[in-house]
Design a protein around this ligand. Structure first.
Ligand SMILES: Nc1ncnc2c1ncn2[C@@H]1O[C@H](COP(=O)(O)OP(=O)(O)O)[C@@H](O)[C@H]1O
Ligand SMILES: [Mg+2]
Length: 229
């Protein structure tokens, strides 16, 4: 006998949207403040989230950071640039296409592709059809034109990228972005991998503005917290 797995078509819960008064949402607001003060002398309009490997919380954190900036009144665009394992369409219950790959490889306009998220001030670009060569697609000159165009319409553009150690996609994107944040999971990231990820990013001219420690257990009452440093 096989146990039947129930697949629920529900969106992933985003704590900053569902429970803005919680301690975790407060942590995200602290992260927002730290991001704002990370580059006092330079404009920060494009921000990339990555980590050393999968499952460390990049997408969860990118979406929550996008929400707290939108709640502050900024016009924010969240982009699912993880063309290997996109999840934002799932998080916001949208279709994957049209999305980023359509924008980069064919004649779609940003306005035709952007999806509303239900959070005021926050728009989403989903991945689009998954290509066989994501790194090449992300490195196309059309990406530079697209970023320029997005900057004209949004205050902040947040890229959710694939992990650094397995594929080169994040390296390609990182030097197109004003700032990069490395997500580290305290219960799964090996120290050596976190260091390697930082080195790989630095070799690609990344401007690492900080790291976020995810899944840090601080006591029996508060389990999942993010710390920024
Ligand atoms: N701090 C956290 N507390 C609880 N669950 C988390 C936390 N961070 C991430 N998750 C869950 O872990 C899984 C992987 O997170 P995700 O953001 O998709 O990672 P990545 O994008 O790095 O692969 C998801 O199911 C997500 O909901
Ligand atoms: Mg992800």
């Amino acid at each position: 006998m096989f146990k039947r797995k129930k697949i629920k078509a529900v969106a992933r819960k985003l704590v900053t949207s569902t429970n803005p008064q919680s301690i975790i949402s407060e942590q995200f607001r602290t992260i927002r403040t730290n991001i704002k003060f990370s580059m006092p002398n330079r404009e920060l309009k494009t921000l990339l989230f990555t980590s050393s490997s999968i499952g460390e919380g990049k997408s969860t954190i990118a979406a929550n950071v996008a929400i707290v900036f939108a709640k502050e009144g900024k016009k924010v665009l969240l982009i699912d640039a993880d063309l290997r394992k996109p999840t934002m369409h799932f998080t916001f219950l949208k279709t994957t296409s049209p999305g980023l790959t359509n924008l980069l490889t064919s004649h779609w306009n940003l306005s035709q592709v952007v999806k509303e998220t239900g959070v005021k001030g926050l728009d989403l670009v989903t991945s689009g059809p998954i290509p066989s060569n994501p790194a090449e697609i992300l490195g196309l000159p059309s990406m530079d034109t697209l970023i320029k165009n997005m900057k004209e319409h949004y205050d902040l553009i947040i890229f959710d990228a694939p992990p650094v150690l397995s594929v080169s996609d994040a390296q390609i994107l990182t030097n197109k972005c004003d700032g990069t944040i490395l997500v580290i999971s305290s219960n799964s990231t090996e120290k050596v991998n976190a260091i390697k990820a930082k080195e790989v990013l630095q070799a690609s001219n990344a401007n690492i503005i900080g790291t976020i420690l995810n899944n840090y257990k601080i006591g029996k009452d508060h389990y999942y917290h993010q710390y920024y440093g």
